[in-house]
Design a protein around this ligand. Structure first.
Ligand code: FDA
Length: 498
């Protein structure tokens, strides 16, 4: 309620925010989570919480009137559709040189992501965050995160004959024939449920293409894991449909200003509360935007100069290959990827490329990949006083590194298989999906913009605890690392700051 006093306020209910809320509550602290998106618990008129993939409606996108699919083209045309403007679950946020996909709602990115739960190789983690004790991460916090997230492994015998993973077996075969290593990837999607989907004994979700607009079944998203545990303590309250707009020091802590919105995105009321402690968990983009704006507007003038810097796209690039008729990828494809090509040891251009599904219900002969590369380029957020918004100066050309690294895998595979790239998936005559990312990272980097545990220097009681702490790259899909780092940091904060 307006004017309320709150012991701990968490901005955002993604990975960082969920971990913070649970551990603070377990330590006896009353927590309020403020989330701009909806609580995805009430079915629509079709009886489903999330909308159908092939017939998207307003529930699909955050306040857009047309869908903006990552793989938005096929065979010469765009297959985006007009939709009703609504506070849908997937945001496609456009900056000048990159659009950034993010989850919106209670559970953040966990509502829309591919569930790939990858712990990076230890030597890679150590080079990305050298100030963090890797023994502790691999001995304590990665295991804690994997267990809290409900990570599970595919039954490898089942995989070998599962119809829905034909695309992955073709991807693996092509990798092997060109001499590349590969690995199975754990997931938070319940593989036992998926087996039943394949056997047609339960309602299909992953096998019905559901993923980026939410899964109606099978997915252990944060609302079913960390957030369920957090609210189960009786000490955590979640306030959806409230957008935090400002944070500034005041007597007794920080004044947090917010707009309550309706499902068209209009502000219906403006509120402010006073919180003793504020945890920024609005994601790499959300947290960076807020802090950069607060510094520029003089609300948090003493924030370090490192705030807003060192942002990267996890080296993301997507590409499709056109297979021969004998290498069909299948009409039925699980929307949850389960294996990746590991070329990270290639010093000429390291890459980890997940074999991605292209679940259209038709045989497309497309092999699709999302490559995570070691793109060293970084960008910076700045406040634009003309528009009152925060810009990100990433240029699409900065992603050439990712294309070059991906080509080291796929040029070789194409040569061996006698195949070519698809040029119709990311535009008309456009081979590379190089202008968007699913993995925004950095902007408020650990041990640069914060102390070594996410404390904001100069502002006692302010913390950053999400993907903005990670300097632009994790070498694999990021959410397990974001969760494990949050577990590490909150343990230190609970021990020393309460
Ligand atoms: P996250 O983005 O999860 O949460 C931030 C929350 O804060 C959001 O709920 C947002 O609405 C809210 N918020 C923002 N600003 C606010 C404000 N001003 N006021 C109130 N609330 C605010 N990763 C992976 O490891 N494996 C995978 O398979 C995939 N696949 C994938 C697919 C797709 C389509 C996407 C979009 C992303 C992925 N990812 C992924 C990435 C992964 O989802 C992402 O890295 C994490 O969700 C980031 O976690 P954070 O806690 O940093 O923020």
């Amino acid at each position: 309620a307006d004017g309320e006093k709150i012991p701990a306020l968490v901005i955002g209910s993604g990975y960082g925010g969920s971990v913070a809320a649970l551990r603070l509550a377990q330590a006896g602290v009353e927590v309020t989570i403020v989330e701009m998106g909806m609580s995805w618990t009430t079915p629509g008129s079709d009886g489903k919480i999330f909308c159908p993939v092939l017939k998207p409606d307003g529930r699909s996108y955050w306040l857009r009137t047309r869908t903006d699919q990552p793989v938005g083209y096929f065979a010469g045309g765009s297959y985006n559709k007009d939709i009703q403007k609504y506070t849908g679950v997937l945001d496609s946020e456009q900056f000048s040189g990159v659009r950034v996909y993010q989850g919106r709602g209670v559970g953040g990115g966990s509502l829309v992501n591919g569930g790939m739960a990858v712990t990076p190789k230890r030597e890679n983690f150590a080079s990305i965050l050298p100030s963090v004790n890797a023994d502790e991460m691999y001995g304590t916090y990665y295991p804690r995160a994997n267990s809290g997230l409900g990570v599970n492994h595919i039954d490898q015998n089942w995989f070998e004959s599962a119809e829905c993973y034909g695309f992955a077996r073709v991807g693996r075969k092509h990798a092997e024939r060109s001499g590349f290593g590969w690995t199975f990837v754990p997931n938070v999607y319940d593989f036992e449920y998926m087996k039943k989907e394949q056997a047609k004994t339960v309602t299909r979700s992953a096998l019905d293409g559901e993923v980026i607009y939410g899964n109606n079944h099978g997915k252990r998203s944060l609302d079913k894991t960390y957030l369920a545990a957090a609210t189960g303590t009786g000490k955590v309250r979640i306030t959806p449909m409230h957008v935090v707009t400002a944070v500034s020091p005041t007597d007794g802590g920080y004044r947090v200003e917010m707009n309550q919105i309706d499902t068209s995105g209009n502000t219906v009321s403006v509120k402010s509360v006073v919180a003793e402690k504020v945890f920024f968990a609005a994601g790499s983009i959300g947290t960076s935007k807020l802090l950069v704006a607060m510094k520029a507007q003089g609300k948090l003038p003493d924030l370090p100069d490192a705030v807003g810097k060192n942002w990267g796209n996890n080296g993301n690039v997507m590409v499709g290959r056109a297979n021969h008729m004998w290498d069909g990828t299948g009409k039925l494809q699980s929307s949850m990827p389960c294996l990746g090509i590991d070329n990270w040891s290639d010093t000429g251009g390291p890459a980890f490329a997940e074999v991605a599904p292209f679940p259209s219900g038709l045989e497309t002969y497309v092999s699709l990949y999302l490559a995570i590369t070691k793109n060293p380029n970084r960008a910076q957020f700045t406040f634009n006083s003309g528009t009152g918004k925060v810009d990100l100066n990433w240029q699409t050309s900065q992603n050439q590194y990712a294309i070059d690294a991906a080509k080291r895998i796929f040029d070789k595979i194409n040569k061996k298989e006698g195949t070519i790239y698809r040029t119709d998936l990311f535009g008309v005559y456009k081979t590379w999906g190089d202008d968007f990312t699913y993995h925004p990272l950095g902007g408020c980097v650990l041990n640069e913009a914060t102390d070594n545990y996410g404390r904001v220097p100069g502002y006692q009681g302010l913390y950053v605890i999400d993907g903005s702490l990670i300097p632009g790259n994790t070498s694999v899909n990021p959410f397990v690392t974001i969760t494990a780092l949050a577990e590490r940091n909150i343990e230190n904060i609970v021990a020393n700051d309460l």
